[in-house]
Design a protein around this ligand. Sequence first.
Ligand SMILES: *[C@@H]1O[C@H](CO)[C@@H](O)[C@H](O)[C@H]1NC(C)=O
Ligand SMILES: *[C@@H]1O[C@H](CO)[C@@H](O)[C@H](O)[C@H]1NC(C)=O
Ligand SMILES: *[C@@H]1O[C@H](CO)[C@@H](O)[C@H](O)[C@H]1NC(C)=O
Ligand SMILES: *[C@@H]1O[C@H](CO)[C@@H](O)[C@H](O)[C@H]1NC(C)=O
Ligand SMILES: *[C@@H]1O[C@H](CO)[C@@H](O)[C@H](O)[C@H]1NC(C)=O
Ligand SMILES: *[C@@H]1O[C@H](CO)[C@@H](O)[C@H](O)[C@H]1NC(C)=O
Ligand SMILES: *[C@@H]1O[C@H](CO)[C@@H](O)[C@H](O)[C@H]1NC(C)=O
Ligand SMILES: *[C@@H]1O[C@H](CO)[C@@H](O)[C@H](O)[C@H]1NC(C)=O
Length: 245
Amino acid sequence: MLALCLILAALTLHLDLVRAHTVITYPLWRGNNLVTNGTRPEYDMSATGENYVDGQRTFPYGQQWMYPCGGMPMSTNRSLWPVSGGALAIQPGWFTGHKTAMFYVNIGINGPGEVAPPNMSHPVVPPFQITGPTNSEYPGASFCLPQVPLVPNLTFNIGDNVTIQVIETAQHGAAIYNCADVTLADPADVPEVNASNCFNSSDLSFQLIYATANLSSGALPTAIASSRVSLTLPMLIMMLVFVLW
Ligand SMILES: *[C@@H]1O[C@H](CO)[C@@H](O)[C@H](O)[C@H]1NC(C)=O
Ligand SMILES: *[C@@H]1O[C@H](CO)[C@@H](O)[C@H](O)[C@H]1NC(C)=O
Ligand SMILES: *[C@@H]1O[C@H](CO)[C@@H](O)[C@H](O)[C@H]1NC(C)=O
Ligand SMILES: *[C@@H]1O[C@H](CO)[C@@H](O)[C@H](O)[C@H]1NC(C)=O
Ligand SMILES: *[C@@H]1O[C@H](CO)[C@@H](O)[C@H](O)[C@H]1NC(C)=O
Ligand SMILES: *[C@@H]1O[C@H](CO)[C@@H](O)[C@H](O)[C@H]1NC(C)=O
Ligand SMILES: *[C@@H]1O[C@H](CO)[C@@H](O)[C@H](O)[C@H]1NC(C)=O
Ligand SMILES: *[C@@H]1O[C@H](CO)[C@@H](O)[C@H](O)[C@H]1NC(C)=O
């Protein structure tokens, strides 16, 4: 893949510091990781992402900052998700500071005999940006991607276990993590989502992200038309999908 620069279109700059947190509402997440505990980092020179106090884990910066799944171990209570791909519903605004945020969705795949995926390195949707109603918290807001595909060119079978990883990057670039563990199933065996568990609330909007080889190439359509950037086919498809989205 070419070294491409990402530009955020219509990116609004906000100077506030950010502490973004997410809840995955469909499929069900590993569990509640909206936790910040332990000694506050400003009073603990040894504070790292995860500290132990009397043998107990603490998260002085917040548990969701931990890669790859927000400090949560693999769950044993998986839900079913269609083998052809399915819905993903997220509440992005559980804490203050994410008037805008970037989202990435990846999956990890358990290989034969593996109890957890070796990595979460398979992106399944192009990155996108959301704009929220306010820089304060807005926990009620929700968005849903009704048909997140699995990885192209890989074969998935009913019964395979995969983990859906959702990453939200804050305005300052730091990333928070959340995961949902699913077993792939015949779509007929998975209740269809509906307007009560898969919807976009009106107070969220989506921003286009586009790619170009040269920051001075101008807007995306011009850049394509003038052939000043060379783009790989997957990148073009990705952009097309995104435009149609
Ligand atoms: C598994 O259990 C945890 C803890 O009760 C819960 O928060 C989570 O939503 C459950 N996940 C599924 C897929 O049922
Ligand atoms: C901090 O939160 C984590 C996650 O909820 C919990 O497992 C741990 O027991 C808590 N630590 C303390 C010292 O309360
Ligand atoms: C990530 O896991 C996949 C299997 O899901 C494996 O094929 C791939 O080599 C791994 N990538 C890295 C960078 O380890
Ligand atoms: C899928 O495989 C085809 C044929 O090998 C290849 O042309 C295409 O680039 C692959 N797609 C992706 C997204 O890797
Ligand atoms: C998938 O996970 C479930 C529950 O954790 C387990 O019982 C099952 O054996 C796993 N399937 C595979 C193919 O490993
Ligand atoms: C939507 O689907 C959920 C889960 O399958 C179900 O419990 C609920 O009754 C459905 N709601 C409507 C309005 O159909
Ligand atoms: C929510 O908005 C996204 C981005 O426009 C779109 O892809 C998705 O289909 C919408 N979800 C629903 C349930 O309409
Ligand atoms: C980017 O644009 C500048 C100014 O138009 C030009 O000098 C430079 O060669 C371009 N670089 C690439 C990689 O196209």
